[in-house]
Design a protein around this ligand. Structure first.
Ligand SMILES: Nc1ncnc2c1ncn2[C@@H]1O[C@H](COP(=O)(O)OP(=O)(O)OP(=O)(O)O)[C@@H](O)[C@H]1O
Length: 292
């Protein structure tokens, strides 16, 4: 009999809002043991999932499953780049942007059953200043909010919205120069999002037309955000019609350079990445295999 594929579940115990569940026991209950062999490992600190994923790939696991939110997915995905091991996702974050984009089930039992009998597909991978992202990266207000959110003490959508409304009163755009597709744009950056997937998570569609397998990033530029436009952006995110709302400008490209007049914050899959004056953003087509 051929050997069963081996799956390694990497759990971020800090992700999501329901931390009291016994996640390892739930996974073990729902794994199809007739179809796969599995192991469960827990992360012990931020960044650990990347090391554990790389190690699991070296051990020959067919799939390494990120059990967590988009931050954990990012770490596991980074660890698997350049290996023959696929990324799986059991979504447990508050946003779950990549899982929603790939139509991975959002409940734990269904997601575990899915990774035991998946289709394998390849997706594009973005890089911002050399750091990989799978869902979205961005400059400006959303990065600033991700920094404040990380300091907020509690997580979840309601904390995110509260932080965003508080910061909106003070945040001002930064002048930037954007080079893409042989042209140069001088503009202001309130938000400049680089979307590989269509949404930030929570069905907030920053780039509803983004295709994760087309070799292109969808750029969404918002140069200023007075109140009336903020309402239109909010509605556009929720309804998935930002491109036709007139509240943002869209481009597609696989290689973008940005120079900012003053240091500008950036995020990587929703986690704050720091500040920089220059950004190089590029897409590598179909660089990661995922179990969907
Ligand atoms: N054991 C750990 N202790 C502390 N932090 C951890 C640990 N494991 C992972 N992390 C960090 O937790 C951060 C948040 O994780 P993740 O994004 O998966 O969950 P979330 O924030 O609840 O979900 P979402 O991004 O959907 O809101 C990640 O950036 C990761 O680096």
């Amino acid at each position: 009999m051929p050997a069963k594929p081996r799956i390694c579940f990497l759990i971020n115990p800090m992700s999501g809002t329901n931390r009291r569940q016994d996640v390892p026991a739930l996974i073990t209950r729902h794994v199809d043991t007739a179809a796969v062999d599995h192991e469960i490992r827990l992360t012990q600190y931020a960044g650990h999932a990347e090391e554990l994923a790389r190690q699991a790939a070296a051990e020959g696991f067919r799939t390494v499953v990120a059990v967590g939110g988009d931050g954990t997915v990012n770490e596991v995905g980074r660890g698997l780049l350049g290996t023959a091991t696929a990324l799986g996702v059991v979504p447990r974050g508050s946003g779950n942007g990549l899982a929603r984009h790939l139509r991975i089930p959002l409940t734990l039992p269904a997601a575990v059953q899915r990774v035991c009998a998946p289709d394998f597909q390849r997706i594009d991978v973005g890089h911002i200043n050399g750091r990989a992202f799978f869902c979205t990266a961005g400059l400006g207000f959303d990065a600033h909010v991700s920094k404040c959110f990380a300091q907020a003490g509690t997580r979840g959508l309601s904390t995110y919205v509260k932080v965003a409304l508080r910061e909106y009163r003070h945040y001002r755009p930064t002048p930037i120069t954007v080079a893409l597709n042989g042209q140069t744009l001088q503009t202001d950056c309130y938000v400049l999002a680089f979307a590989n997937a269509a949404q930030y998570g929570n069905n907030a569609y920053i780039a509803p037309l983004a295709d994760i397998r087309d070799g292109l990033l969808d750029l969404c530029l918002i140069d200023s955000l007075p109140v009336v436009r903020a309402v239109r952006v909010g509605l556009g995110l929720a309804l998935g019609n930002l491109p036709t709302s007139g509240a943002a400008v869209f481009h597609t490209s696989s290689h973008i350079r940005v120079r900012a007049a003053t240091p500008l914050g950036f995020h990587i899959d929703g986690d704050y990445g720091g500040e920089a004056r220059e950004f190089e953003v590029a897409l590598t087509p179909l660089a990661l295999e995922v179990a969907v």
